[in-house]
Ligand binder design. Structure first.
Ligand code: SF4
Length: 179
């Protein structure tokens, strides 16, 4: 399988393969496989793919997705910038529409992205630290998020495509033994 890092192509394939991705999601949900076994396979593919991607050359997540920050994360982030949390909130944040008592940064790309790198890396929000969340387990419960990240993050794109090759065949039980 060709390893894909071209962001325009990945975005295009996200649209083109939308139905296929949802069919694979449905397939995974019905697959007779333990959560832990599937997670182990995803960890392994994630490790393999991550080694081949330089996130600082991409930073597409910081250009496309706004992290959710709680009050503790706002405080930590402001401390890293040496500004007050109220200045950070007033100048750079809006209330999250999705999660109560949480904030998003008010712009995309993220206002703290400089030369494709996080200018406040040590103090970055949990969402940023954890992204693209493929090493966090319960993969099968997070497939909507995975499909949404598929067209943004080359790691997610390549892991999901590799998973299709490994599992979307009649001999998946045989192929999974390799991991
Ligand atoms: S805080 Fe840093 S890691 Fe998070 S989106 Fe902004 S630039 Fe990216």
């Amino acid at each position: 399988m060709k390893f894909e890092t071209d962001l325009d192509k990945i975005k295009l394939l996200g649209t083109k393969k939308k139905d296929e991705n949802f069919s694979f999601r449905a397939y995974l949900k019905l697959l007779d496989i333990e959560f832990e076994v599937l997670d182990k396979l995803v960890y392994s593919l994630n490790e393999e793919v991550t080694k081949q991607i330089d996130c600082t050359k991409c930073a597409n997540c910081c250009k496309s997705i706004k992290p959710e920050l709680n009050k503790t994360e706002i405080e930590k982030f402001a401390k890293g910038l040496n500004i007050s949390k109220s200045y950070l909130t007033k100048t750079y944040c809006v209330l999250s529409e999705d999660e109560k008592n949480k904030f998003n940064f008010n712009e995309l790309p993220c206002p703290f992205l400089e030369d494709n790198k996080c200018s406040n890396y040590e103090f970055r929000p949990n969402d940023c630290e954890s992204y693209p969340h493929l090493d966090k387990g319960d993969f099968v419960l997070k497939l909507l998020g995975v499909i949404s990240n598929y067209s943004i993050c080359p790691i997610v794109f390549n892991v999901f495509e590799k998973l299709k090759v490994e599992l979307w065949n009649k001999n998946w039980k045989h192929s999974i033994k390799r991991y």
